[in-house]
Design a protein around this ligand. Structure first.
Ligand code: PLP
Length: 422
């Protein structure tokens, strides 16, 4: 029975994100420094970062090249906004660099502070597009079951993990949203028909669903989504916040799966987390109407003080150099083979329901009576950081600089923990 008046706990002044506080207070791990793939805690532990933080530390932690890039930039110009007629040279340079590597041809690039930001911008821009076209009823944004698109207003509203969407009074913060099936294309088609495509502005999809449990798309599923979007005048927004910049062994998962989206959101890997930065790649048919040389050309009234933050952009440029110099995207493709081989063996255990791999994104789904959260806690005692995801799944997504042996060591540690439970 629930206690009537449970005591109020204390703890650090910092309110942890996404935490059931009574479950974590008193056993939080505070990281004070890092080196490559290893983290060091204030209580003296050395941990292998088997998740690259929140799938962000792709080139590894605490690299001096990136510290130098930030230091040099701050001494020259910390930032200058990009509102109206002002720009800063680092934001301009990063825009050119991203446009040159973009899987969308001839895009424009909107820069902001992270993935949740990027999703807000993409959804607003999709709605702005249809308003400008005079199709005023096209306001609804579709997302997939189990989707995670950050937790700003739009990310919260389109969350496919219900616990992230609910609890704020209405069905979603922004009312015009709906979920579609994550694997059944005919069901997606039915939902689109029921809602009516004349009401739908865009469909947002992670190519590989991350927080939902490393859900690799069924063959033909993403192509099916794209076809439905094209046939019904629905913009396709591919959320590459996790997958962008190499995580699937391609620079963008859009390339791995042969997609041609209208908008791509990115964040994390663009700086490997060394500075908060995200953004949106925008296809010509969306941006061109805003660039027409006429007095009545419309505006997209979006922006923030830190849109195109010069120091974040300088760090991103150096991070992209490192990806090239060290051929880290090809390295991910090699590591995918190692991870797939290891997980194939792990998957034969009776405690494992299924394993899933795409690039350096791995998921190990466990049987119900072995709790993934308990497994990840025990892995910390073995010196490994992993993370429990939806579907009783353990996340594996280390930095791209991980060695074959470190990756095998991580899977061996999971096997050892499972053995103790079997
Ligand atoms: N989109 C996806 C697919 C994500 O996984 C995340 C974060 O994990 C986000 C958006 C939100 O990014 P951020 O946490 O940088 O706001």
């Amino acid at each position: 029975m629930a206690q009537e008046n449970p005591p109020v706990l204390s703890g650090p002044a910092l309110w942890s994100a996404q935490a059931h506080l009574p479950s974590v207070l008193g056993r939080q791990l505070t990281i004070e420094r890092a080196d490559g793939s290893y983290l060091y805690t204030t209580d003296g532990r050395r941990l292998f970062d088997g998740t690259a933080g929140l799938w962000h530390a792709n080139v590894g932690h605490a690299r001096p090249e990136l510290a130098d890039a930030a230091h040099d930039q701050m001494r020259r110009l910390e930032t200058y906004h990009v509102f109206g007629r002002y720009l800063n040279d680092r934001a301009v340079a990063l825009g050119e660099r991203l446009a040159a590597m973009s899987p969308i041809e001839d895009p424009k690039v909107i820069l902001n502070s992270g993935g949740s930001d990027a999703i807000d911008v993409a959804c607003k821009l999709a709605r702005r597009h249809w308003q400008r076209e005079g199709r005023e009823d096209k306001t609804m944004i579709l997302s997939r079951e189990f989707a995670y698109h950050g937790l700003h207003a739009y990310g919260t509203s389109i969350a496919g993990l219900d616990f992230n969407r609910t609890g704020y009074g209405t069905e979603s913060l922004v009312p015009e949203t709906a979920r579609v099936s994550t694997d059944d294309i005919e069901a997606v088609e039915r939902t689109v028909r029921e809602i009516g495509p004349e009401h739908i502005a865009a469909l947002v999809a992670e190519p590989v669903q991350g927080t939902g449990g490393v859900i690799v798309p069924a063959p033909g599923y993403l192509e099916g989504l794209q076809r439905i979007c094209r046939e019904n005048d629905i913009l396709l927004i591919i959320d590459e916040v996790i997958t962008g910049f190499g995580r699937t062994g391609h620079m963008f998962a859009t390339e791995r799966y042969g997609l041609t989206p209208d908008l791509i959101t990115f964040a994390k890997g663009v700086t490997s987390g060394y500075a908060p930065l995200g953004g949106v790649l925008v296809a010509p048919h969306i941006w061109q109407p805003f660039y027409r040389d006429a007095d009545d050309t419309p505006m997209f009234r979006h922006g923030a003080t830190y849109s195109g933050h010069a120091t974040a952009c300088a760090v991103a440029l150096r991070n992209l150099d490192i990806l090239d110099e060290e051929k880290l995207v090809a390295r991910v493709a090699d590591l995918e083979q190692v991870l797939a081989d290891e997980l194939r063996v792990l998957g034969t255990r009776e405690s494992v329901v299924e394993t899933r791999v795409a690039g350096l994104l791995g998921g190990v789904a466990l049987v119900d009576d072995i709790n993934a959260e308990a497994v990840t806690d025990e892995l910390v005692e073995h010196g490994f950081v992993t993370r429990p995801l939806r579907g009783n799944t353990v996340q594996i997504s280390p930095p791209f600089i991980t060695t074959d042996d470190e990756l095998r060591g991580l899977v061996a540690a999971i096997a050892a923990v499972l053995t103790a439970h079997e």
